[in-house]
Ligand binder design. Structure first.
Ligand code: SF4
Length: 720
């Protein structure tokens, strides 16, 4: 008997094979590194993940999203062949014919309506190489000025604020490893315990070392539960709260005047302005007790070291960049910047939200964070690309404005790569209708996303397991991602698709690359001398631990920024001196509540990938809205009811989840679902005029059981 068992065991072993793939989670900006072990036993594949303990950012941790990320890459719904829409149905077409048909239609549209009739829409999850090539493709192959990307909705406010204050936009000014030495940490509008779970232990360590943690959030989130002080603020009033902190610092003599005089501009004007604002108005607007404002201000100012982190809760407002700058004012006023354990962090959402905004996907940017409107920047990049500076288009418009251009008939065709704008834009019904108006919509994606459904061509792209390249994590650390799985079916990498399309358009020069490293080497040259200088980074020197940019040639990178001054022309940082108070969402009898939105631990962005992961869906299947029990009682809603949330702009249907962890005047919904459950249909197109960040964090709404709401409202927002 024993021999027989042994025999079958050996037989089994003979038939099983094991492959270990070194990879990184494709989701958030932590870019956690892991080994994915694929075991083939007989006809079945089993997967195991082993976090990489040597990864300096994740320190051997993985969250649930990373653990099950591979499930979307092997999902049977993945598109494996190029598809073309014929009589309302997708049919399979050969690649060569696909490229030819797309290029012919683009050429004929451009001949009739000009180069700018074709637009490009990118994403913050693309590798640096692909984001770089997408920008080059738009400007050189299509010669269009219309390119922008979904990072507009993620990082634009923090990026604008950091550029205006420090002269450079890198998410974190310090490596994560310094957090544990920081003695007072403000986490404003971030639920990192769910959005970047592997980052949380850095703050827990700081707390263990004696740090005070202050979390500002309208909800008692998992992050807020870690706080020494939870400031349960009214949505949109974070900047006002920061003004309150500065006022206390100024009036109680807690300002670091030596630092302010030596290294900053604008403080004395800010000081004057902040004195003119009354504590009573700050209290009324924020909904926060004055004792709390005084306590937080004193704590932060008197702590030896301190850091401030902001995320979308602060940034996704019509005055998002100013909200951030009010927090940066606090760092400047206390001199807590440019030193160990003192600094700022904009917690990037998307996997490559950082690198994706440095190398040319943005409407006004060229690689290396160069400006498309600056003559010497244009000349430098044109030279690298082998075109004349005059040929390079000028600045285009922001992501949402591209849809307005479609609506007006200026844009006739669009290439969407790695993004799902129908779900991620505000005023989502309008965006859907605009996409339907296009004469040509080419979507490059792994799945038939809500946006891809309307595509004339759907081009299948590679997943994170197949696509080699570099990503820049939230620290500003450029890291390498292996590709260890074969491309399935006829899928191609995004960069290959761009090269083929360029060739079909008749632009061969500048689009012949053997592999992603080839593209990276060109990016290095194109970024050389720019603010985001990658010229000293090679695939070889980032394989172990990554390298922080800026990294000019011969350098080892820059983990801590501003040790030798800021990146502005005079090397001094700038205070925000505009203290105009932003408007609160106007609630009234008809729309009495404020809706705010956010993310869940189980899902990423619009859920196209995570909703195709069995284990993640099992844990978080349905769209929902959090309502305080008192509020629910007034509206006759019970837990589990299907409710309609309506603003003056649109409606969505969600399941009610009653919780006392939220303010009574606020409701919260995640934005990971599409169609009827898309909360972005509710938000009107209101933007920060400086950076075009949409106002996703506050809108006045009404909520009621589905049967009670006006059917017209739903009908209009779903059938249009
Ligand atoms: Fe790490 Fe973020 Fe992926 Fe979670 S989602 S495993 S924190 S990269």
């Amino acid at each position: 008997m024993h021999d027989l068992v042994q025999y079958f065991r050996e037989k089994q072993l003979e038939k099983s094979t094991e492959t270990t793939m070194k990879t990184r989670c494709p989701y958030c900006s932590m870019q956690c590194s892991m080994d994915l072990i694929e075991e083939r036993v007989e006809t079945r594949n089993r997967f195991k993940v082993k976090p990489n303990k040597n990864d300096p950012t994740s320190e051997g941790r993985l969250c649930i999203k990373g653990t099950f990320a591979h499930q979307h890459a092997i999902n049977e719904e993945r598109v494996h062949f190029p598809l073309m829409k014929l009589d309302g149905e997708f049919v399979r077409v050969p690649w060569e014919l696909t490229f030819e048909m797309i290029a012919n239609q683009m050429k004929s549209l451009q001949k009739e309506y000009g180069h700018n009739s074709v637009a490009v829409y990118g994403g913050g999850s693309l590798t640096n190489e692909e984001a770089y090539l997408l920008g080059k493709f738009a400007r050189v192959a299509l010669k269009t000025k219309y390119i922008d990307y979904n990072g507009r909705f993620c990082m634009s406010a923090a990026a604008f604020a950091a550029n205006a204050t420090f002269g450079i936009d890198r998410g974190l000014t310090n490596p994560l490893s310094e957090i544990e030495d920081s003695k007072c940490i403000i986490l404003a509008g971030t639920n990192l315990a769910e959005c970047q779970p592997t980052m949380l232990p850095y703050f827990k360590r700081a707390k263990k070392n004696g740090a005070k943690i202050i979390v500002i959030d309208p909800r008692k989130t998992l992050t807020a539960k870690q706080a020494d002080i939870h400031v349960q603020i009214i949505p949109g009033m974070d900047g006002v709260f920061a003004i309150g902190l500065l006022k206390v610092m100024v009036e109680e003599g807690l300002v670091n005047y030596d630092f302010v005089k030596d290294q900053t501009d604008g403080f004395f004007e800010a000081e004057q302005r902040v004195k003119e604002i009354s504590y009573s108005s700050i209290k009324k607007l924020t909904g926060v007790k004055l004792e709390t404002i005084f306590e937080v201000a004193r704590l932060f100012a008197t702590s030896k070291t301190g850091m401030i982190f902001t995320a979308r809760g602060v940034e996704q407002h019509a005055n998002g960049q100013e909200n951030v700058r009010h927090f940066l004012n606090l760092l400047l006023a206390t001199g807590k910047i440019g030193k160990h354990a003192c600094g700022y962090g904009a917690i990037t959402g998307q996997g490559n939200g950082q690198g994706g905004r440095e190398h040319g996907q943005k409407a006004d940017q060229l690689p290396g964070y160069r400006s498309i409107e600056n003559e010497s920047d244009r000349e430098y990049v044109a030279n690298v690309w082998g075109v004349s500076p005059a040929e390079l288009p000028r600045k285009g418009v922001s992501a949402y404005e591209l849809f307005e251009k479609i609506d007006k008939g200026e844009i006739k065709a669009m290439v969407v790569m790695g993004s799902n704008p129908i779900v991620s834009n505000p005023n989502a019904i309008f965006v859907e209708n605009c996409l339907k108006k296009l004469e040509l919509l080419v979507v490059v994606d792994m799945f038939q996303s809500e946006t891809a459904r309307f595509a004339h061509f759907l081009l299948p792209s590679s997943s994170y397991l197949e696509d080699e390249g570099t990503m820049t994590n939230l620290e500003g650390r450029v890291v390498y991602r292996h590709a260890e799985r074969k491309l399935p079916g006829e899928t191609k990498h995004d960069w290959q698709i761009l090269c083929h399309l360029a060739e079909a358009l008749g632009v061969k020069q500048g689009f012949r690359f053997a592999n992603s490293e080839d593209i990276f080497n060109e990016l290095r040259i194109a970024s050389k001398g720019g603010k985001a200088d990658y010229s000293g980074i090679t695939y070889e020197n980032i394989k172990e631990k990554g390298v922080f940019w800026p990294c000019p040639e011969q350098s080892k990178g820059t983990p801590l920024l501003f040790e030798t001054g800021f990146f502005t022309s005079n090397k001094r940082a700038n205070f925000l001196t505009n203290f105009d108070i932003p408007e609160k969402a106007k609630v009234d009898d008809e729309y009495p509540l404020i809706l705010t939105t956010g993310r869940l631990m189980e899902h990423y962005l619009t859920g196209v990938q995570t909703r195709r992961s069995k284990q993640l869906v099992e844990r978080s299947l349905e769209a929902f809205v959090e309502i305080h029990p008192e509020t629910a009682k007034h509206q006759q809603i019970i837990d589990g009811d299907l409710v309609a949330i309506s603003s003056r702009n649109g409606s969505a249907i969600l399941k009610a989840r009653l919780t006392e962890l939220i303010r009574e005047d606020v409701i919260f919904a995640p934005f990971h679902w599409g169609d009827l459950h898309s909360v972005n249909r509710i938000f009107p197109p209101i933007f920060d005029p400086n950076c075009y960040m949409p106002q996703f964090k506050q809108v006045s709404v009404k909520v009621g059981p589905v049967m009670k709401i006006q059917k017209d409202a739903i009908f209009q927002s779903t059938i249009n």
